[in-house]
Design a protein around this ligand. Structure first.
Ligand code: SAH
Length: 291
């Protein structure tokens, strides 16, 4: 892995104010989708000219804003704020209360993380294929995991967070709006590249993407105030528990066919507590890397 691969300071995003989510939305419609290989939507985006990279340790101003993107030529209905607001309203109806998380969800253009053929389904509450037998997570579970991670003893302040399983980069983009620094690891090289391509036009300065085995964590960047696993293992790897800061929260799906969302809090140097939250369904956590 080159230094360039390890550090991924994306360019600065410009931001605009957005209204709060509307609370009127139709119930989520879950659509079964084929696990076809996908191309990312952002490939069709006219990328904005590159700007000089900025320090990724820079503090980002309050995150009520939306990420402005160079809007691709797409049917207006697909990119409409109203469609995304309706998705956020459904997520709120399903029980996510954290306004900061809902605002972040409102800000990230999910359709840009999905291949054009599936764009019309970008704002339904379902996981969708992103290729390599992997999926973009369902918006509800993305929001729920971040909400749980934010409910710390620190008023929701998150300095460094780690995501295991970048996939197409969607959750990393949402996380970038609630944490000062986001590290995200992906074990499948083409997906790591896909996430880079998807995130580049969004110019998010505080995300660093890594290609590697997330089960090992990222000791060189630890400790983390929050760790989110986007893939389910039979147990949470010990390395990740050790990379949590004291008071830090890890949220992970655990299990095989039946999976539950678990919250693990580090309460001391050698002490962790575990809480089981709800049933969930994720792709499996696997060791090693795929080139
Ligand atoms: N975070 C994504 C979800 C991607 S699906 C989103 O925003 O929607 C989960 C991802 O976890 C897959 O891309 C899979 O390849 C990855 N994964 C599984 N085991 C992993 C591991 N040990 N290290 C890093 N990534 C892993």
């Amino acid at each position: 892995m080159t230094e360039k691969d390890k550090r991924f300071p994306l360019n600065l995003s410009s931001v605009v104010d957005k209204p709060k989510a509307q609370r009127a939305g139709a119930p989520a419609r879950v659509v079964a989708t084929p696990q076809t290989a996908t191309q990312n939507a952002a490939r069709n985006v006219n990328l904005a000219p590159p700007r000089p990279a900025v320090s990724t340790t820079e503090r980002i101003s309050p995150r009520k804003e939306a990420i402005a993107v160079t809007t691709p030529a797409r049917p207006a209905a697909l990119v409409s704020d109203a469609v995304r607001s309706a998705m956020v309203a459904r997520v709120a109806k399903q029980g996510v209360r954290d306004a900061r998380v809902l605002a972040a969800l409102e800000s990230v253009p999910r359709h840009l993380f999905i291949e054009p053929a599936l764009s019309s389904q970008a704002y339904i509450d379902a996981s969708l294929p992103i290729g390599h037998h992997q999926t973009i997570s369902q918006p509800y579970i993305v929001a729920r995991m971040i909400e749980v991670m934010r409910a710390n003893g620190n008023g929701g302040t998150l300095d460094r967070v780690l995501e295991i399983g970048t996939g197409c980069g969607y959750q990393a983009a949402v996380l970038s709006l609630v944490a000062r620094e986001v590290y995200s690891i992906e074990r499948i090289k083409p997906l790591h590249e896909l996430a880079k391509t998807n995130l580049r036009p969004l110019r998010i300065p505080n995300i660093r993407l890594h290609y590697g085995d997330g089960m090992l964590g990222l000791p060189q960047a630890a400790p983390f105030d929050g760790i989110i696993l986007a893939a389910a293992g039979l147990e949470v790897p010990q390395a990740l528990l050790e990379q949590l800061s004291i008071g830090g929260r890890l949220v992970a799906p655990v299990g095989e066919r039946r999976q539950v969302l678990q919250l693990i809090e580090r309460t001391g140097k050698f002490e962790w507590t575990r809480t089981t939250l709800e049933d969930c369904h994720f792709v499996p956590l696997r060791s090693g890397v795929v080139a």
